[in-house]
Design a protein around this ligand. Structure first.
Ligand SMILES: [Zn+2]
Length: 338
């Protein structure tokens, strides 16, 4: 199956009440892990690459890995998404590389750090929407700022500061009218990275009621949860058991995400959990079999460990079982619908 626009997948998810995990990649094993999980669970998939991932893996390698995944798994609908584009140029270059969806994150200025004005955000997002929609490519935007930093992107807000930059539902409504974006990342108290919360988050730090409010105002806009790894204790324990040094941390409980899915969340970004799974599996081989030196000896268990996490999320988010039911719509057809 060719890569399809992300909008098609999210529309189908909305019609059928499920969410779709968006998993970050920067190498072959990660893409393979996602496709293993998708074929085992019959799930549609969103594979996404940040700016950092694109420069690490180089666009050409990444593009061909994606095309290989699509070629080898014709039964799985796939969308390839640019995560946190910092400028229209970044989004345009992703579209040139064949991405079927882009995020224009104008909540921060082009440095990827400074919280931007509403007007700036509308301006850059609109530029991307105009060009992307003409080509059938989906656009995700962001309003409000998340805490933490990932791949050098983020305002680096602490938990308390992030609470001051939560998405304002009224502003979100106006923003979607002003930009016509397809999907909207909302700041509800989550942050990027492994250290999201120092204790299990309650309603005063993770504002799920905001999601319900935004969804009531914007029933046709797909909401996106960023920074939504769950940071399971078991994964931290494996790393620490084999010589790692991860501090105690809490992520976004899967039940909170499931609650969000009931209120319009259609895309859920997960990266940290996969990184933890990979690192734990590699550390285990290094500790238990120090004589090993063939990278396959540790990359294979790492790939399996990541596939297990992805599979569990696909089942939890409800996307499992839907791959063969997502309509195949080409970018050209999609362009005509806008
Ligand atoms: Zn993000």
């Amino acid at each position: 199956m060719p890569l399809i626009p992300m909008r098609v997948m999210l529309d189908h998810a909305a019609e059928n009440g499920y969410g779709v995990g968006a998993f970050n990649v920067n190498n072959m094993e990660q893409i393979q892990a996602i496709m293993m999980a998708a074929t085992e669970t019959n799930s549609p998939v969103i594979v996404q690459a940040s700016r950092g991932a694109r420069s690490y893996s180089q666009d050409n390698y990444l593009r061909h890995l994606m095309l290989a995944a699509a070629e080898l798994n014709p039964q799985i609908p796939m969308a390839m998404h640019q995560d946190h584009g910092n400028s229209p140029e970044t989004c345009f270059s992703a579209i040139d590389q064949g991405f079927t969806s882009v995020m224009m994150d104008g909540s921060l200025e082009a440095d990827g750090k400074t919280p931007a004005s509403y007007e700036y955000n509308v301006d850059v997002t609109k530029q991307v929407v105009d060009k992307a929609h003409a080509l059938g490519v989906t656009v995700e935007a962001e309003i409000g700022c998340l805490g933490g930093i990932e791949d050098g992107h983020g305002a680096g807000l602490s938990g308390d500061e992030a609470q001051e930059h939560l998405t304002d539902p009224e502003e979100a409504e106006r923003f979607v009218k002003d930009t016509s974006c397809d999907a909207l990342a909302v700041a509800i108290g989550t942050s990027h990275g492994a250290y999201k919360f120092t204790k299990k988050p309650t309603g005063d730090v993770l504002k799920m009621d905001l999601i319900a409010d935004i969804h009531r105002r914007l029933p046709d806009t797909h909401l996106v949860m960023h920074g939504s790894s769950s940071v399971p204790r078991e994964l931290l324990d494996i790393i620490n058991q084999y010589g790692g040094d991860m501090k105690e941390s809490y992520g976004v409980p899967v039940e909170a995400i499931q609650e969000g899915i009931k209120h319009g969340v259609r895309k859920i970004n997960v990266d940290t959990d996969n990184r933890l799974a990979i690192t734990g599996a590699i550390r285990k081989v290094f500790a238990e079999q120090p004589e090993k030196f063939d990278p396959r000896d540790y990359m294979k268990p790492a790939r399996i460990a990541m596939a297990e996490v992805v599979k569990a999320r696909m089942i939890a988010f409800g996307q499992a079982g839907w791959a063969d039911k997502v309509p195949v719509v080409s970018l050209d057809e999609m362009a005509k619908r806008y």
